[in-house]
Write a protein that binds this ligand. Structure first.
Ligand code: CP
Length: 330
């Protein structure tokens, strides 16, 4: 009698047993935005568009019927976790939700590799958020199923950057030729680390507005510099606001400060108000990965340039596209 569960292959191919398909994304891990080129991004956006059309027309459909996603979150999440759940369920699949590892065997000391090898016995793809930089890459070394990085500490958040770029593309109709200003916590903000890298594939100008101690890390600036992208740092938004096509605001993350007083001292310094919007271009796109705390006044929400709630919805279509692609169905 054949074995019910084959032994591990000698290489970590991530290909599900007996299910070979031709898609270049089939079975791959999504760990960093560095793995994408412009052609692939265009393809992902085309698939995301198709997902939008299908959701608009029929709500959900059975593309991934029978497939299971494990949502493994070691850090809190509202958008990433729930949009991956929604994406999988709209595609007809189902989800194992581990959104609070304190109720899992992690509290008994289980290692990340063991948790991953456990979940892949039950699921076809694993979405992982973890506080340590490199955790998704580590998980991918042990996994035979695709790992999707949903944020690895202060490292990267590649699916957020894909949805951010898709938002810019949808809102402005182009990415080349624009000026993007990133404001807030650029040092610890994994969303900006990923987005700045993705934008460097295009003909853009990047402005960074942050307190001196929270500016984009030098190694990321150097990496982007090698692509010939003009970059400038500013302590204040005023001089760059009039030229800005996309203003990407981020939260100053309390959880990364050892000294609460240092966090408090920054509070209120970088806030977008209706007055700020009066100084901005009439077609500027205002984005934020959320959650927001005090960085954008709620009065700004009524401004049509405030794209952050649409940005979240674009994330659904991007994540549907990614799940379908890594599972060989797009
Ligand atoms: N943008 C984002 O990652 O939000 P969550 O932390 O709520 O997932």
């Amino acid at each position: 009698m054949p074995k019910l569960i084959p032994r591990l292959p000698s290489t970590n191919s991530h290909l599900p047993f007996g299910d070979m398909q031709n898609s270049p994304f089939y079975g791959i891990d999504i760990i960093t935005v560095k793995q994408f080129d412009r052609e692939q991004l265009t393809y992902i956006f085309e698939v995301a568009h198709e997902m939008y059309e299908m959701v608009s027309r029929v709500g959900s459909f059975d593309l991934l019927k029978g497939k299971i996603l494990a949502n493994l979150f070691y850090q809190p999440s509202t958008r990433t976790s729930s949009s991956f759940t929604s994406a999988m369920e709209r595609l007809g699949g189902s989800v194992i939700p581990i959104n609070n590892v304190s109720y899992s065997s992690v509290t008994k000391g289980e290692s990340l590799p063991d948790t991953i090898r456990t979940l892949e016995a039950f699921a076809d793809v694993i979405v992982l958020r973890h506080p340590e930089v490199g955790s998704s890459a580590l998980a991918a070394k042990y996994a035979r199923k695709p790992i999707i990085n949903a944020g690895d500490g202060v490292g990267e958040h590649p699916t957020q950057a894909l949805l951010d770029l898709f938002t810019i593309h949808e809102e402005l109709g182009r990415v080349d030729g624009i000026t993007v200003t990133m404001m807030g916590d650029l040092k610890y903000g994994r969303t900006v680390h990923s987005l700045a890298r993705l934008l460097s594939l295009y003909n853009v100008k990047l402005n960074y507005v942050a307190p001196e101690n929270l500016c984009l890390p030098d190694e990321i600036k150097a990496e982007i510099g090698t692509k010939g992208i003009p970059q400038d740092c500013f302590a204040d938004l005023t001089p760059v606001l009039p030229e800005t096509d996309v203003l990407y605001v981020t939260r100053v993350q309390k959880e990364y400060f050892e000294d609460p007083a240092q966090h408090e001292s920054l509070k209120g310094s970088y806030v977008i108000t209706t007055e700020t919007m009066r100084q901005a271009k009439s077609k500027m796109v205002l984005m934020h990965p959320f959650p927001r705390v005090w960085e954008i006044d709620m009065a700004v929400d009524a401004d049509p340039r405030a794209a952050y709630f649409r940005q979240m919805e674009y994330g659904l279509y991007i994540r549907m596209a990614l799940l379908a692609m890594v599972l060989g169905k797009a």
